[in-house]
Ligand binder design. Structure first.
Ligand code: F6R
Length: 245
């Protein structure tokens, strides 16, 4: 595990984009796992800048997302499909056929989960997985639980996640209660994992992830056992750990 402490959100975004750009330069047909949420927005902007400068091309990149809400149409402004198109994919040369997210409107959600895993496997698995982290330690929508889920699955959002994500919706009742998410197993099988952690609101959970028990009650703590796991945290998120790393 490597931990990089950056000054602030912008520096996290800059450094995160450096690592992702390096991956794409070294392997132009990388299978990327992308995340949504506030944390990676700046990293996506940096990646778009590098694409515009001609430093990297997404032409042969394959993109899988961690998760999607159940019940939202792809073009719903709150869907993760919409997020990815508007924060990254519409601004690069990625082949639109190579963009995959679980379909939260699928008639048979369990079948959709199985097909999503098969699709990832058909590309040989994920080369580089980008993650944020929930204040409860979730990765993707793998909420704190007794057991670890291996494959993509349908989950019910924890109340803490509904509370955290309601800022994106008009009212709390609008937050979907279910989502499809890659399992911890799928995330763990990625060859490299990069987690971005920003803001003082994430300081307590980062301390637990780094120094607490390795437990499915703090899903991100499991990544301490991943062979190639990098965290980039800003000073605010690293406040409780920076003298110990
Ligand atoms: C997003 C995702 C979530 C977020 C996490 C942090 O695809 O899977 O795990 O990374 O909820 O969200 P932000 O970055 O908004 O704090």
């Amino acid at each position: 595990m490597r931990i990089i402490v950056a000054r602030d959100y912008d520096e996290v975004s800059y450094k995160g984009a450096n690592l992702i750009a390096a991956q794409i330069m070294l392997k132009p047909n990388s299978v990327m796992g992308f995340a949504t949420g506030s944390t990676p927005e700046g990293t996506y902007q940096e990646l778009i800048r590098r694409y515009e400068k001609g430093d990297i091309s997404f032409k042969d990149v394959v993109s899988f997302n961690l998760d999607e809400y159940v019940g939202l149409e792809k073009d719903d402004p709150q869907s993760y499909h919409h997020y990815m198109m508007h924060n990254l994919h519409n601004f690069t040369d990625i082949n639109k056929q190579n963009i995959y997210l679980p379909d939260g409107k699928a008639a048979d959600l369990l079948k959709e989960c199985k097909e999503y895993d098969s699709k990832i496997e058909s590309y040989g698995g994920i080369d580089y997985q980008l993650l944020g982290i929930g204040t409860n330690g979730h990765i993707g929508f793998n909420e704190p639980a007794e057991t670890i889920s291996n494959d993509t699955m349908v989950i019910s959002l924890a109340q803490s996640t509904i509370d955290a994500n309601k800022r994106f919706f008009e009212k709390e009742e609008d937050v979907p209660r279910q989502a499809l998410t890659m399992g911890v197993g799928t995330i763990f099988r990625a060859r490299k994992v990069l987690m971005l952690v920003t803001g003082e609101g994430k300081a307590e959970i980062l301390e637990k992830v780094l120094f607490g028990d390795i437990t499915p009650q703090v899903p991100a703590s499991l990544l301490r056992m991943h062979p190639d796991f990098t965290i980039i945290a800003d000073e605010a998120a690293a406040a409780l750990v920076k003298n110990r790393i």
